[in-house]
Ligand binder design. Structure first.
Ligand SMILES: *Cc1c(COP(=O)(O)O)cnc(C)c1O
Length: 360
């Protein structure tokens, strides 16, 4: 069976050797030594100013909105994982969806200004599939309209824009370290800002809003444990190798599928992509469904991702986003992960090509 992704795991002995450090101290959570070491190493690896390791990639979005005092309308993308939208709702803010552009599948910057009202306070944009959204245009619009910018970089670990980690942009960037992501700690995430004061506030939020006996703000529990940090420290040693392998798989898919009717991601010169996902957009949903059933018949399980378009969630008032809705019905992520073998890729590609040829 080939799934859309498979969690990378370090050699078991490396993980247990790392865990031993926590065992020896009987200290398994609350800003332990391994967590601090992971934070230091990630800060350095990504070249960011402040980075806090947290419990997942959802609570960090909520903390970002809270720390920036966002209480009104948030301009956001309908083409993302559901957590991007529910974080806004959870913070009692209102998501205002702006449709995506059909080339990088990120928020369409030419449509943002029309959605700004006197209640708009922030833009929450996703680096979709780990590919950077139109950062410079977003920052320009935000500066002109005095809006805060949060990037959901849950999928963007390792991606750079103009040779800088994408996490260096916006007021706050977040990432997920969930087991399905390219770099993971099992469950986990991080929050990044270049503003020291904001970082201090976020650090307080992460552990209930207090340091020792000083209770200075409302907070939440967004800490992560030494068991998770140990997984991160082990995985971080392999991250360059993982990205390199993903890149080889990605380029092989690309070279063999580029002359079909499928729309593929185009990587431009300013982007250092992490090659975490290989989305393909079919001309019609019927063709997608046919491909899925043929792949499934061969024990291959791609994922309809992102689907559905978030503006169509039934617990929200519907705001039309025709491009996102159309893409969400036609996009499929093909299996891509470190362990994927050339033989498995040959099978996936031959099924994909046979579906394409039947339809021609
Ligand atoms: C995975 C993901 C999240 C949520 O991260 P968790 O760590 O699972 O909470 C949020 N946004 C996007 C775009 C994601 O892909």
């Amino acid at each position: 069976m080939i799934n859309v992704t498979k969690t990378f795991l370090p050699p078991f002995e490396e993980y247990t050797a790392m865990l031993k450090k926590a065992w020896d101290k009987s200290w398994i959570t609350n800003d332990g030594g391994l967590l601090q070491e992971l934070e230091r190493k990630l800060t350095e690896y990504l070249g960011v100013k402040n980075l806090l390791v947290c419990s997942n990639g959802t609570v960090v979005l909520q903390m970002a909105l809270k720390a920036l005092n966002i209480t009104g309308e948030v301009i956001t993308t309908p083409f993302s994982y559901v957590a991007t939208t529910t974080a806004i709702l959870w913070e009692n803010c209102k998501p205002v969806f702006v449709d995506i552009n059909s080339s990088n599948l990120c928020i369409d910057v030419t449509k943002i200004e029309a959605a700004i009202t006197d209640k708009t306070q922030a833009i929450l944009a996703t680096h979709v599939y780990g590919y950077p959204c139109n950062i410079e245009a977003i920052e320009k619009i935000a500066a002109k309209n005095r809006l805060k910018v949060i990037y959901d970089g849950a999928q963007a670990f390792g991606t750079s824009y103009k040779n800088k980690s994408v996490f260096n942009f916006g007021d706050i960037s977040t990432c997920s370290f969930h087991a399905t992501k390219i770099f993971h700690t099992g469950e986990g995430g991080c929050i990044v800002t270049s503003d020291d004061k904001l970082n201090d506030q976020l650090q307080l939020y992460r552990s209930f809003g207090h340091r020792g006996d000083e209770y200075s703000t409302m907070g939440i529990n967004a800490k992560n444990s030494e068991l998770h940090a140990a997984m991160g420290l082990c995985n971080l040693k392999y991250i360059d190798e993982i990205v390199q392998k993903q890149k080889e798989h990605w380029l092989l898919y690309y070279s063999l599928l580029k002359n079909t009717k499928l729309q593929l991601l185009q990587i431009d010169d300013s982007t250092g992509y992490n090659y975490a996902y290989f989305p393909v957009v079919f001309p019609t949903e019927a063709e997608l469904l046919k491909a899925v059933s043929m792949l499934n018949a061969n024990h291959i399980f791609p994922r309809r991702y992102f689907y559905p378009s978030l503006n169509t969630l039934k617990y929200l008032n519907y705001q039309p986003c025709p491009i996102s809705e159309s893409i969400a019905h036609r996009v499929l992520c093909l299996p891509i992960y470190y362990d994927l073998t050339n033989q498995e890729m040959d099978l996936i590609i031959s099924v994909m090509l046979s579906v394409q040829n039947n339809l021609l």
